[in-house]
Design a protein around this ligand. Structure first.
Ligand SMILES: *[C@@H]1O[C@H](CO)[C@@H](O)[C@H](O)[C@H]1NC(C)=O
Ligand SMILES: *[C@@H]1O[C@H](CO)[C@@H](O)[C@H](O)[C@H]1NC(C)=O
Ligand SMILES: *[C@@H]1O[C@H](CO)[C@@H](O)[C@H](O)[C@H]1NC(C)=O
Ligand SMILES: *[C@@H]1O[C@H](CO)[C@@H](O)[C@H](O)[C@H]1NC(C)=O
Length: 301
């Protein structure tokens, strides 16, 4: 059974534009995050041990001989380090697990809605794993998250070195674990296609941040569109309209990236850029009565 993933353009952005990631300095958090997720799982694939990410001060856990090792396909997969790069240094991108056969990770999780983020650095991992040969599908909880995903062509199309994909899905209380399966998509033209992954992140979401509450009308209050727990969502864009980029460590505690418009308004046509202004009034007191404070960083409002 294959369910489709509807694509939700939430207020916002996603997906890795590395100039944003790498162009920012570490921003120290001056106050505790507004939201603290129950689950905050960070896996550095193809790595042994734990490594601190300087950007958000979270440890990323290796998947070699650890609680996070794949439950199947561990023996047929390989691990490699990405070639050194001056621009890609986030811990979620520097090592990879690769395989020409299927492999599955399994995470014990509580019930509830979760963010799932998959990190890919589509470089060649040696002569046997050329970057153009990566082609695979990713499934989780009955959903096909990525289908015949060609990472090198995707990164080239976005003009980025790395890619990440963010999904939201609900874990029912009857489900005790979430299996994430990577399956290579070999074809006649590419019989040696392989699957790979550099980093996996699972973060609990506040209930009904994007999904619709049982009594609610829909996303926002006046849109007649319900997002039920039996759907999965994929983030396409997350934009801080009229504002600056907000790095995941500047989010309210869910590690979301917000793409800015100030540096480079790439989603506005030329006329709109010419005739619009970026009004800012930082003395407005925000009042979170109807909207929860964790829904977005204050700068967004
Ligand atoms: C969806 O799931 C969440 C948590 O798992 C639950 O609190 C919520 O009531 C569910 N929503 C509906 C409409 O059933
Ligand atoms: C990925 O796409 C590129 C560009 O179209 C193509 O050259 C390459 O063969 C594709 N990879 C696979 C494994 O199909
Ligand atoms: C995850 O995979 C394992 C091994 O194939 C299987 O025993 C288990 O039932 C799966 N769990 C779910 C929730 O599909
Ligand atoms: C900013 O907002 C405050 C409160 O609404 C208002 O009193 C003030 O005039 C605004 N300032 C500007 C420059 O618009």
């Amino acid at each position: 059974m294959k369910k489709n993933v509807p694509i939700l353009i939430t207020q916002l952005y996603l997906s890795l534009f590395p100039h944003i990631i790498t162009g920012l300095l570490v921003v120290a958090r001056d106050s505790p995050p507004i939201y603290t997720p129950v689950e905050d799982i960070t896996v550095k694939c193809g790595y042994s041990g734990n490594l601190l990410n300087e950007y958000d001060e979270r440890y990323w856990h290796g998947d070699i001989n650890s609680n996070f090792s794949p439950i199947t396909g561990s023996d047929t997969s390989m691990f490699r380090e990405a070639p050194h790069s001056y621009t890609v240094h986030q811990v979620s991108y520097t090592t990879a697990r690769l395989s020409r056969s299927e492999f599955t990770y399994s995470f014990k999780l509580t019930s509830g809605q979760k963010f799932i983020r998959l990190y890919f650095n589509p470089v060649s991992y040696g002569p046997d794993f050329d970057r153009s040969k990566a082609l695979f599908s990713v499934k989780a909880s009955g959903f096909t998250l990525l289908h015949d995903f060609n990472t090198s062509v995707t990164a080239d199309a976005y003009g980025t070195e790395t890619i990440y994909r963010e999904f939201c899905l609900n874990m029912e209380s009857s489900e005790q674990s979430l299996n994430i399966t990577f399956t290579p998509s070999p074809s006649l033209a590419s019989p040696d296609a392989y699957a790979f992954i550099n980093g996996i992140e699972i973060v609990s979401m506040p209930t009904n941040l994007y999904f619709t509450a049982a009594q609610g009308h829909g996303v926002g209050d006046n849109i007649n569109f319900r997002i039920k727990n039996n759907s999965a969502l994929e983030t396409v864009y997350r934009i801080n309209v009229g504002g600056k980029s907000l790095f995941f460590s500047e989010d309210t505690g869910m590690y979301r990236n917000w793409e800015g418009e100030q540096e480079e308004p790439k989603y506005l046509d030329h006329l709109s850029v010419e005739f619009s202004v970026l009004p800012q009034n930082t003395s407005i007191e925000l009042n979170f009565e109807r909207i929860t404070e964790y829904s977005a960083p204050k700068e967004v409002y």
